[in-house]
Design a protein around this ligand. Structure first.
Ligand SMILES: [Zn+2]
Length: 287
């Protein structure tokens, strides 16, 4: 193989490949993933219920995913992807601190304590919602047992009242340590089994352990940018059902890439995390 090439046939693809590498290298937050039959431990950093719609694509060759925020019905440019009959999915987002990390190719554990986006959809979102209610029940029981008088002083006369107060106050997932597993081959990357372990004391966190700016991370892109990103993402393997998009907008120079999610992280095993997060005491009533 020679160090040079001649002809222009593949030149555009080479440039796209370079752009793709640049896009990957940008400091975009990673999205949390669990492999099938894997269990990870995370701490959720916020509980705002931030939601939006996105179109997600997967490249079978590179094993990577790309997500594009849907802008249908927002005014301005119409959503090209909706127009192409591609359905968006509702996404619930929060930020997590990954306590399990992942194994790199050299067998080294990496990424323990990293902040990641936690994107939950469909069935997983329902399960997380149910777990949230269970957390409220468990915490209400605890508070009612240990601090009955204090609860009564706040106008709660039963466990049920405390639970109602907790759900009303919100923020139930903030600083919750969760064990997340994924059993189904076809279930979401975010996992399909969520179980609350305990709350973590606020003192455990570093100043940088704050939620991502979702409005910035998921800001809708121009149609021109979307086409450009999709071309960079799929390269030669552009899916036939999207081919119609290629001619619809002239691809322009890249401004800011949308989030490319990586599939390359391999499994981790519980029990080897290096951070020991202290539990929250019930000294103060949270409402
Ligand atoms: Zn759309």
């Amino acid at each position: 193989m020679s160090f040079f090439k001649t002809g222009f046939e593949d030149y555009e693809n080479e440039l796209l490949k370079q752009d793709q590498d640049q896009l990957n290298a940008q400091n975009k937050p990673f999205t949390f993933r669990v492999q099938v039959n894997e269990t990870k431990e995370v701490i959720i950093l916020d509980d705002t219920g931030f939601r939006y719609y996105e179109h997600a694509f997967y490249n079978q060759i590179t094993k990577q995913g790309i997500s594009i925020t849907c802008k249908d019905g927002l005014g301005g440019e119409e959503c090209l992807l909706c127009k192409s009959q591609i359905k968006p999915a509702p996404i619930l987002v929060s930020t997590i601190k990954d306590m399990s990390g992942y194994m790199d190719n050299m067998g080294q554990r990496k990424g323990v304590g990293n902040r990641l986006l936690f994107k939950v959809k469909r069935t997983a979102a329902k399960r997380l919602y149910n777990e949230r209610i269970k957390i409220a029940e468990r915490r209400a029981n605890d508070l009612w047992t240990k601090q009955t008088e204090a609860c009564k002083a706040k106008g709660c006369n039963s466990v049920e009242d405390v639970k109602t107060q907790l759900l009303k106050k919100g923020g139930l997932l903030k600083y919750a340590k969760m064990r997340i597993s994924r059993y189904g081959e076809k279930s979401e990357n975010c996992g399909d089994d969520f179980s609350f372990v305990d709350y973590v004391r606020p003192e455990f966190f570093k100043p940088e352990d704050v939620p991502f700016n979702y409005e910035k991370e998921f800001a809708p892109l121009s149609n021109q940018q979307i086409i450009y990103d999709l071309k960079a993402f799929f390269g030669n393997d552009f899916p036939p059902n999207l081919a119609g998009l290629l001619g619809s907008v002239q691809a322009g120079p890249i401004q800011n890439g949308s989030g490319i999610d990586f599939q390359s992280r391999t499994g981790s095993v519980l029990g080897t995390q290096t951070h020991e997060a202290p539990s929250l005491s019930d000294d103060d009533l949270p409402f």
